[in-house]
Write a protein that binds this ligand. Sequence first.
Ligand SMILES: Nc1ncnc2c1ncn2[C@@H]1O[C@H](COP(=O)(O)OP(=O)(O)OP(=O)(O)O)[C@@H](O)[C@H]1O
Ligand SMILES: [Mg+2]
Length: 144
Amino acid sequence: MAMSEQWLVKSVKDLDPVLKHMKELLKVGDIVLFRGEVGAGKTTLINHFAKALGIDNSNSPTFAIHNLYQTSDVKIHHLDLYRISNEEDLESTGLADFMADKNSIVFIEWPERLVKSQLPRQRRVFELSIKLKNDDREIFWREV
Ligand SMILES: Nc1ncnc2c1ncn2[C@@H]1O[C@H](COP(=O)(O)OP(=O)(O)OP(=O)(O)O)[C@@H](O)[C@H]1O
Ligand SMILES: [Mg+2]
């Protein structure tokens, strides 16, 4: 599979090839950093990914700092670090433990809040960046 990918997304429907790519590639133990400005569509994409796995997350609040999506095959921790400003926050909220869970896939919104050394070591780390472009979105995928 290619190291990096890029998609033009004009509607939610156009997320399908992105979701397919993620489903084929991601394995337990992987980490995905979701980058993009406020309103870029990070949470929306993650919710659609969970739905594509058959998980009903319609009740998950979009502003929660942690959501867990689980099937019989896979567990996904979805962390939103927007309000995290230091190491102590990361520990006291329990987010550090979720991030360290090797038996899961970890999705991180606002990874800018972390310094590189706070990411778990020896894990595959991918980056998904969403750029707003007029009414459309561009999504970039790469391993980091
Ligand atoms: N692919 C898309 N196509 C059309 N509309 C979208 C798409 N992705 C997101 N949106 C719309 O943009 C709005 C903001 O999306 P979302 O909450 O996912 O952004 P976010 O990147 O998670 O923002 P934040 O940084 O505040 O968490 C949503 O209300 C959603 O309807
Ligand atoms: Mg969000």
